[in-house]
Design a protein around this ligand. Sequence first.
Ligand code: C2O
Ligand code: CU
Length: 479
Amino acid sequence: MIAIRLPLFAVLAWPLDLGSFVTQHQSTNFRAAANRTADTLSVPPLFVNQSSLPHTVEVTITAAPTRLSLVPGSTTEVYAYNGRIPGPTLDVHEGDKLIVHFRNELPEPSTIHWHGIHLPASQDGSPLDPVAAGATHDYVFTIKAGTSGTYWYHPHLHRRTGYQIAKGLFGAFVVRAPDDPLPASLPDRVLILTDNRFGPDGSLDFPDPRSIEGQIDEENGREGNVVFVNGQVMPKITIRSGEVQRWRVINASAARIYRLAIPGQTLLHVGDDGGLFERPVEAKEILLANSERVELLVRGTAPPGTRTTLQTLPYDRYAPQTRPKDWNVTRDLLSLQYADAKPVAPIALPVGLRHIPVLDTANATATRVMSLGQGFINGRIMDMSRVDVSARIGATEIWQIENLVGMDHPFHLHGFHFQVLDRNGVPEPYRSWKDVVNVPKHETVRFIVHYEDFPGKWMFHCHILDHEDMGMMGILELN
Ligand code: C2O
Ligand code: CU
């Protein structure tokens, strides 16, 4: 896939509630704009690059137990990457070579999986390649051209992924394009959404799997009543009236699906898992299933001094028997405070973002039907020594994911981006690159994928972590 920069620049029309506010000053350096210091959102630091070679990013990631304060008034035994939650952000460019020295100082085996990154199977950090407790391991791979977007990294040890992520192991992974069509002056923020559940002493609540609570967690996926953005509860972001900010939102929750909205504002949805769309799409709300990412442009359409909130609206992904009582509650995630300052003039945004080539169904040589049961794919659970699907490098295939049960299952394929063709027979309105797609209860989603390179074994699975850990996963072998 080649990103072609379209020469179509124009001031993008948006519903202007701003009216007469928009006038005089255009700030050219928003990062330095006044009031930014009033943000309480913590931004995960970037890794220190240990290499001085060009186009080379060499970092050390240590996973280790530690104690951090996650909720006020207590500390919690956690696992952390480089001592913090979320882990530092990997911020790289297309074409960069990554060398990651992973030190596993956990009391158990682990891996680092580079969720959504197109790389050799041996570097994928899949359950097939555990790194023993106390061991070190190097991951080495090169970021492919055309794959700029928002990704994340997390452990992927079989049966322990949910536990290790809940303990604190996750971080953002941003890939930048040399020809990114969005203005570089836009504040560019990573927002990682997670939730967790605590005991009164601040310890993480993991019920005995044989208890009722444990079984409800296995069924629903483990949800927590405390919702975090970058590890913080209800942080604050400031915005100027008229300003535009670029938000990259990552759902790193085990099971919670977010239905994102900012009351009174229309969002501009510009990209998802595998980077930018061909053109922006106006959206009142955005559904973000587990492990999905979106890129949004948030436009400061309200008057100075006002305040609004990024919320998650109720979304019924549940089976009725185990649906939590408070499922229909709207939750506040983040407060958006308008600076008490003169509005800035709207910045010109491109109408065209990039070209996304069509994967043509006429080239598909097979349709893979995946029937999702509760914890099963095609009636089976994961067997690390079994190959569920074999295909040839160079093939283009359609996957038809049928959800047979009354609960949503977000379906993820490792290593390759795909294009959703249709959802329940309704053609996808626009093309995008994805690596996970939510399959709502009793619905069918079809996508098309081209295995351009990289032989080996690739996982596909439900990204509700409890389901994945119970074996709702299979293996695609390419040769
Ligand atoms: Cu986010 Cu198989 O992974
Ligand atoms: Cu599932």
